[in-house]
Design a protein around this ligand. Structure first.
Ligand code: NAP
Length: 537
């Protein structure tokens, strides 16, 4: 069994006790009392351990190992050595390997306080020998593990280091899987999140979580709520398939929220994680290759966002996988699918998502777009995917862009796919006569919510009831462009519709099930409604 442990920095007895009660209420099954700053009152600590609602680990981490304790080493050891004397003993004490190895006296005292094969006393407390590196992967990682494994008094091996990249998680999984003894192997920092969330998949003794955003005791520690509700802790097992969103940055992405909610609803054995990978192709290739090669990880797919959409096509082509025709035409893919036999496929679900969002709002089929005029505002990556979608249906797409040359380049690169793609200067938007307007720029996006791409240049011809105005922006949910278009009687569509539809197509590719589109919509809308109410949107 892998425990979900909450680490609590002890400031006083009342605060630590109530934090332990909250941890139990949230669903943790172990607490760690970090006594780095509370070392003067052994009686109070013994009482804290006796009254703890959950079994506990006691740790007094010195500053030289990344903690807060700056007192005498002898006092620290003496304190740890007497904490098993109450009516209830700590389940574990955590002691640093470096300190344990440094002095015979330290070893003797710690050994007397813990249960081990040579123990003659009545203590039941187990010893966690630990090693932490706050800067990166320790060069002597495996020597440390061997030393811990070889120590008779050591019941649990704990190793934690600051992840340099997503690849470090694989080494943590390997260490856990070797199972010399019950093991905790965690990577810290943003890139280390998979090691925390997937500790249960690999059979670690525990993972650590925080009660709330402000009380974490190590970089990158998720909250209990996140690990249980967002990352599906209770459902994760050795067979759980792993998915993620690859980008740089990805911390803000809502994809984990909707995909994990979808997996939950469909009772699909999967978990979806943020996967930050730095921009260069070499990083992308090395990380994805290593995650695919780790067979026990069951990495089965990813959403791919900026700046890796072109990298995905290059990678899948290089390894002999399938790039679908639409993605090849667009030159960018947003979905990686890895089948059980290791076959890779890259596809683009953005393009159809925009198309079906518009057709759904107009209550027409995609083929009924033939001959209609579509104004695209912008000539970047999203505009390109949208232009291909509508041109393939033989619509006429007019690309209005601030940098006219980019509009020309986009039109020239997409010839012969069906309808016409015509470049235009942004200031000519007022002369346009289109039935569908699609904003593919960030104009109007949070925090610049007063901006609109057609402020002074509102089209004079045909604009009004029946005109479709689609803003690909989803933060805010209703941009100034959409508010004004709605006031003029237009049919409006916000960016959530495109976002949930591209995600729904990914979900179907990975799970073989139809995505819960309404759940996706509700999840995103609730998120932005909450953050906008709280003033953070
Ligand atoms: P991109 O490649 O950087 O392209 C941005 C486009 O916006 C360029 O054509 C740029 O014009 C234009 N632009 C930027 N600032 C402008 C300004 N102040 N005035 C006039 N034009 C301006 O970005 P992208 O990846 O295509 O993304 C565009 C937008 O799509 C994003 O901002 C996002 O809101 C939205 N989006 C939505 C979804 C969804 O699922 N709903 C997904 C991804 C993105 P120049 O060529 O002149 O620089």
């Amino acid at each position: 069994m892998t425990h979900l442990a909450v680490s609590i920095m002890v400031h006083d007895l009342a605060q630590a006790s109530s934090a332990a009660i909250r941890a139990a209420e949230q669903g943790a099954d172990l607490v760690e009392f970090r006594i780095d700053r509370f070392t003067q009152d052994a009686d109070a600590l013994i009482k804290l351990i006796e009254n703890s609602p959950l079994p506990c680990i006691v740790t007094c981490r010195p500053q030289w190992e990344g903690g807060d304790y700056d007192g005498e080493e002898q006092s620290r050891i003496a304190l740890l050595a007497q904490l098993h004397q109450g009516l209830r003993q700590p389940a574990y004490i955590d002691f640093e390997l470096a300190a344990y190895q440094q002095s015979d006296q330290a070893r003797r005292k710690i050994n007397q306080a813990v249960d081990h094969p040579g123990q003659v006393g009545t203590t039941t407390t187990g010893l966690i020998l630990s090693s932490h590196d706050m800067d990166g992967r320790p060069v002597d990682l495996y020597q440390c593990i061997e030393a811990m494994a070889a120590t008779r008094a050591c019941r649990v091996i704990k190793i934690a280091w600051m992840a340099r990249s997503l690849r470090d998680n694989l080494e943590a999984f390997e260490i856990i899987s070797q199972r010399h003894k019950p093991t905790i192997a965690l990577c810290m920092g943003e890139a280390g999140l998979p090691s925390r969330v997937l500790a249960k998949k690999f059979g670690a003794l525990l993972t650590f979580a925080a009660i709330d955003e402000n009380s974490g005791t190590a970089p990158g520690q998720p909250t209990v709520q996140q690990i249980k509700n967002l990352y599906r802790w209770d459902a994760v097992d050795a067979e759980t398939r792993v998915y993620g969103v690859i980008g740089w940055p990805v911390g803000h992405s809502l994809s984990p929220t909707i995909h994990n909610a979808g997996f939950d609803q469909a009772a699909f054995n999967g978990v979806y994680l943020p996967m930050p990978i730095p921009p260069a192709y070499e990083h992308f290739k090395a990380t994805i290759s290593s995650w695919i090669d780790a067979s026990t990880l069951h990495f089965r797919g990813a959403s791919v966002t900026l700046p890796h959409k072109e990298n995905l096509i290059r990678f899948v082509e290089e390894v002999g996988g399938q790039v679908d025709a639409l993605a090849a035409q667009i030159g960018a893919a947003n979905t990686l699918t890895i089948t059980e036999d290791g076959t890779l496929a890259a596809s683009n679900t953005d393009s159809d998502a925009a198309l079906t969002a518009v057709c759904h709002a107009m209550n027409i089929t995609t083929s009924q777009l033939e001959g209609r005029r579509v104004a695209l505002i912008g000539a970047g990556g999203v505009a390109r995917a949208v232009a291909v979608a509508f041109a393939r249906q033989k619509a006429t797409v007019v690309v209005y862009n601030r940098t006219y040359d980019r509009a020309i380049a986009l039109a020239n690169s997409l010839t012969g796919i069906g309808g016409k793609i015509v470049p235009a200067k942004l200031e000519k938007l007022c002369d346009s006569c289109c039935q569908i307007y699609i904003n593919c720029t960030p104009i109007g996006m949070h925090p610049n919510t007063n901006a609109t791409p057609i402020e002074a240049t509102k089209p004079t011809k045909g604009w009004g009831p029946g005109t479709v105005v689609f803003d690909t922006i989803y933060n805010p949910l209703s941009t100034r462009l959409l508010q004004e278009a709605q006031a003029d009687g237009c049919i409006v569509i916000n960016g959530v519709e495109m976002f949930v539809r591209q995600a729904a197509a990914q979900f179907a590719l990975w799970t073989g099930c139809e995505a819960p589109l309404d759940l996706f919509r509700r999840t995103i809308t609730d998120h932005f409604t909450d953050t906008q109410i709280n003033g953070a949107g």
